[in-house]
Design a protein around this ligand. Structure first.
Ligand code: ES4
Ligand code: ZN
Length: 352
């Protein structure tokens, strides 16, 4: 599916992208070499080929094809080469430069601090690398970003709280002396039997610091409807999350989509991620029905390098081509992202 000039030229905002899911095979190869890390692939071509066979993660099956990693295993395996502040800087600058080339003017990338600290990487290496990239991309490329610290929901809650305490000096909000890298917390990784309410204490700490709260409710997960119900009605002292990442399963449950409408909670959808395992005929009418009901959502990429190199422009192209969205509706989808984002007003105004 090639990207039309209309989609390519559209000013964009991306609200659902994991920075670790933007690591290209080429940069991974380069960082492995730089850090003296042996990869299990003999050549860059072999490494690239390994990206074509990543399975979706289906932990409920507790089974897999031998030798082929689940999606999240591949995602965390890629992280291994990220060791120094410069590595994290290079990863982030590569993504933010790509934003410039796609006319993404503003982005809110997720980062998984625990994916690195649990390997012995100092939190400061991760956070200072991203902070420097955030600054340089805004100054040099005009690409502004406000980042989102995710709790790894399949790790113990206590580990998440420790990670938050470590990352807190880099927060925005009302954290005194905060360096301003991230202005929200999220909830990522394997949702299997890990409902949002388990992390209520983490959300409360973040809210007390003046940060925003969002959380993943992955499409097609076990207990997906009850996870979405928690995210809408229960978390944050019953106020609900400010956004939900994915949340597409709300479409076939009236109580849930009405809850999204009533509470003005927007969804950050990633159509290509679902399209990998859902037919065009099922997926795009589903997205269209959400639109017809007035549920607010925007279009994003999730983990582009682990998902066939389909970036936010490719995701928007899919909605345009397969979803029957007009040009003015595509523009409205970008406006939704602007509306849902947590940028300061002067940044929002520049976009639309
Ligand atoms: C993720 Cl739950 C999930 N889905 C896709 N990418 C991810 N990265 C971290 N958690
Ligand atoms: Zn995601």
């Amino acid at each position: 599916l090639s990207i039309s000039p209309f989609i390519a030229n559209l000013p964009k905002v991306e609200l659902h992208i994991h920075i670790e899911g933007t690591l290209t095979p080429s940069l991974r190869w380069e960082l492995a070499h730089r850090n003296g890390i042996a990869l299990q692939y003999a050549t860059l071509e072999d490494l690239k080929a390994s990206y074509a066979v990543t399975l979706n993660h289906r932990p409920e099956l507790n089974g897999r094809q031998p030798g082929i990693p689940t999606f999240l295993e591949a995602y965390f395996a890629g992280c291994e080469v990220l060791r120094t502040e410069n590595d994290f800087y290079d990863l982030a600058v590569a993504y933010l430069s790509r934003c410039a080339s796609m006319n993404v003017l503003y982005t809110e990338p997720f980062f998984d601090i625990q994916a690195h600290t649990r390997r012995g990487v100092p939190a400061a290496a991760v956070l200072d690398g991203y902070l420097r990239a955030q600054h340089d991309a805004a100054t040099d490329l005009g690409v502004h970003s406000q980042w989102i610290m995710c709790f790894l929901r399949d790790e113990p809650v206590e580990e998440g709280l420790k990670a938050y305490a470590e990352a807190r000096p880099w927060a925005a909000g009302n954290v005194k002396g905060g360096k301003g890298l991230f202005h929200a917390v999220g909830l990522a990784s394997n949702a299997y039997e890990r409902p949002p309410m388990l992390f209520e204490e983490g959300f409360a700490l973040a809210r007390a610091d003046g940060l925003h709260v969002t959380m993943h409710c992955d499409f097609g997960q076990k207990d997906t409807h009850s996870h979405i119900a928690e995210a809408i009605f229960q978390v944050c002292d019953g106020n609900g999350a400010e956004r939900i990442d994915h949340g597409l399963d709300a479409e076939d449950d009236e109580q849930l989509w009405r809850g999204l409408l009533d509470r003005n909670i927007g969804l950050t959808l990633c159509p290509h991620a679902y399209h990998r395992r859902t037919s065009t005929e099922v997926l795009f009418p589903k997205i269209r029905r959400l639109w017809e009901r007035g549920v607010k959502f925007c279009i994003n990429s999730d983990d582009p390098t682990l998902m066939h190199d389909v970036w936010v422009d490719g995701n928007m192209q899919k909605v345009y081509t397969y979803g029957g969205f007009t040009q003015s509706e595509m523009i409205q989808l970008v406006r939704n992202a602007v509306d849902m984002c947590w940028a300061e007003d002067h940044i929002k105004k520049v976009i639309y």
